[in-house]
Design a protein around this ligand. Structure first.
Ligand code: PGA
Length: 304
């Protein structure tokens, strides 16, 4: 039987969430990517592993047996990792991370598992915008940086690890809500709420507008994604933000994503550190941890 650890990890998540979409979310993967891994695994096992009734997922007898094995394998791998970590001296230490603001929407999930695994490691987390993060990078103040685009003209190691789609948001009762194929020119007739100068999100949106020879009518500039969402929900205008800023919104969210030409703007999150810097054992472990829990990570830089 040709099974991969990655397929088993995906299956374990499906079995634990009993939902393809929630499994995908927990692994930072798209639903089609999860379905594809499930299909490969089902082919390898040669028996159906789940039954789907509406949105609900049930494990078949083969699925139950496989889930049991997944748990044993993952526990055994954890024990192995712990033994190796003890040998390497990861019992205590400090991790200094600087991240751009949008990371706060998934930092708890990313850091939570790491802190549980290494309770003796103290994490210092600096949450700031792109401009200030690049100032910190230039003066080597932190171990690792997470941002939406590697800096130009600075020699860094940059590893993309997760998609960061930028979308246009509007209030649920906005006249463009529900419209399809809205042209960028039409969108830019609407008042805009922008992030502050120095924000990477703002820069990415402005670059797109400029490439069409257009510019937005700015009604407000705000320094926080949450404040922008409130302003958009209050009908003050539309905004471009990372889709991750919607991750905690329920089905009753007052915000909708508009279907606009050029969007979603397919960006990525990058793990960055100055070229030539020797990562500490702790920083290296966090780097590896992040790439493991974000299985979309690729050694190839995707087009930005
Ligand atoms: P921001 O970061 O918080 O500066 O907008 C996002 C990014 O780096 O793309």
């Amino acid at each position: 039987m040709h099974l991969t650890l990655r397929q088993l990890k995906v299956f374990k998540a499906i079995a634990e969430h009993l939902s393809i979409s929630r499994a995908a979310e927990s692994l930072f993967l798209s639903q089609p990517a999860v379905s594809m891994q499930l299909k490969k695994l089902t082919d390898a096992v040669g028996l159906p592993l789940i039954e789907q009734v509406g949105k609900r997922v049930y494990l078949t007898p083969a699925g139950n047996v496989l889930y049991e094995s997944c748990r044993e394998i993952s526990e055994s791998l954890e024990r192995l990792e712990m033994a190796i970590d003890d040998i390497q001296g990861l019992k205590q230490g400090r991790l200094r991370l600087a991240v751009v603001t949008t990371i706060e929407y998934f930092a708890p999930r990313v850091l939570g598992a790491f802190c549980d695994r290494y309770p003796g490691i103290e994490v210092e987390l600096e949450v700031t915008n792109r401009k200030r993060l690049l100032d910190r990078l230039a003066t080597n103040q932190d171990d690792l940086y997470i941002l939406g685009q590697p800096p130009d003209g600075v020699d860094v190691e940059a590893q993309p690890f997760m998609p960061n789609p930028l979308v246009v948001m509007a209030a649920r009762n906005h006249p463009l809500a529900g419209a399809s194929h809205i042209s960028l020119a039409r969108l830019l007739e609407e008042p805009f709420i922008l992030r502050e100068p120095g924000s990477g999100t703002r820069k990415a949106a402005e670059r797109l507008f400029e490439s069409y020879g257009l510019s937005p009518k700015v009604r407000l500039e705000l320094g926080s994604n949450e404040a922008i969402k409130q302003a958009v929900a209050g009908g003050l205008g539309v905004a471009v933000l990372s889709r991750h800023t919607l991750s905690l919104e329920g089905t009753e969210s007052p915000l909708v994503v508009l279907d606009v030409e050029g969007f979603p703007l397919e960006k990525h999150w990058y793990l960055v550190y100055p070229k030539g810097k020797r990562l500490s054992v702790v920083a290296q472990r966090f780097y590896d941890h992040l790439l493991t829990i974000a299985p979309t990570a690729t050694k190839q830089a995707p087009p930005s």
